[in-house]
Ligand binder design. Structure first.
Ligand code: HPA
Length: 276
């Protein structure tokens, strides 16, 4: 798609959301990954807008992804949460995955918090821990900005250094200490999926310096940096990656661990949102 067409589509999507929820300007956007959606139930004065009601938006087909925007107040901060996200493995293009990120930016969001469930490659991590994203390796083979670049939304060539904002990471680490959540900081590797990785792939990713792995986030973060949003990224470790301690992860394990970690995750996120 050309950037001009994308800009028109975004304008229509923004107009439809403003019509539904009034003129509140969200400051923080939060994308809630597998099993992490319950945080959106803490939003006050919430307006719910299903993805399918927003023009030009894809809809969520992944299990446990409700597939709606929740707009309101979380700890005195105006937020827009995505309760569920769009994934490449569902068949969405990189630009379709990125569309809601650009939409949140057009609505006024300056800071984006991305979350997901991930497998641990690093052997010192354990299921239930949180891993702050220090950096990422995009191994999806795709980039949402490819084909854009007439410089309306952003510059064609843009830096991905410090893509995960160092000062937001410092805030997150402090909040984790205060709510007593075990938080690591590592390199996240994002894949297209939907197959889980082979043990040989995990071994290779480990040598590249990856600490965690999953099937989302990288395209959203590239899209956010393209338009200059500050980004904080966090994974809930739901399993050891395939082959690590002989692990053979499956979807059930991912959801069971996410459900157990729910209250700690909500406490952590609430604290972070208060401080940014
Ligand atoms: N691999 C890929 N995606 C995932 C994993 C994993 O081990 N755990 C949660 N999402």
């Amino acid at each position: 798609m050309e950037e001009r067409e994308l800009v028109e589509q975004l304008a229509e999507a923004v107009a439809s959301i403003k019509e539904k929820q009034g003129m509140r300007t969200p400051q923080v956007g939060i994308i809630l990954g597998s099993g992490l959606g319950p945080l959106a139930d803490q939003v006050h004065d919430a307006q719910h807008i299903p993805f399918k009601d927003v023009p030009h938006m894809g809809h969520s087909t992944a299990t446990s992804h409700v597939g709606r925007f929740v707009i309101g107040t979380l700890c005195n901060t105006q937020v827009i949460c995505m309760q569920g996200r769009l994934h490449g493995y569902e068949g969405w293009t990189a630009q379709e995955v990125a569309f809601p990120v650009w939409l949140m930016h057009e609505l006024g969001v300056q800071t984006l918090i991305v979350t997901n469930a991930a497998g641990a490659i690093n052997k010192t991590y354990r299921p239930g821990d949180i891993c702050l994203m220090a950096d990422h390796i995009n191994f999806t083979g795709r980039n949402p900005v490819a084909g854009l670049g007439n410089e309306t939304l952003g510059l064609r060539f843009f830096s991905m250094k410090d893509a995960y904002d160092p000062s937001l990471r410092a805030v997150a680490k402090q909040c984790a200490r205060e709510v007593d959540v075990c938080m690591h900081e590592g390199v996240y590797l994002g894949l297209l999926g939907p197959s889980f990785e082979t043990p040989s792939e995990i071994e290779a990713f480990s040598r590249w310096g990856a600490d965690t792995v999953a099937m989302s986030v990288v395209e959203e973060v590239i899209a956010a940096r393209y338009v200059g949003m500050r980004v904080l990224g966090m994974s809930l470790i739901t399993n050891m990656a395939c082959g690590v301690f002989a692990a053979n992860p499956d979807e059930r394990e991912v959801f069971d661990v996410a459900a157990q970690a729910e209250s700690g995750f909500i406490a952590l996120m609430s604290k972070i949102v208060q401080r940014i």
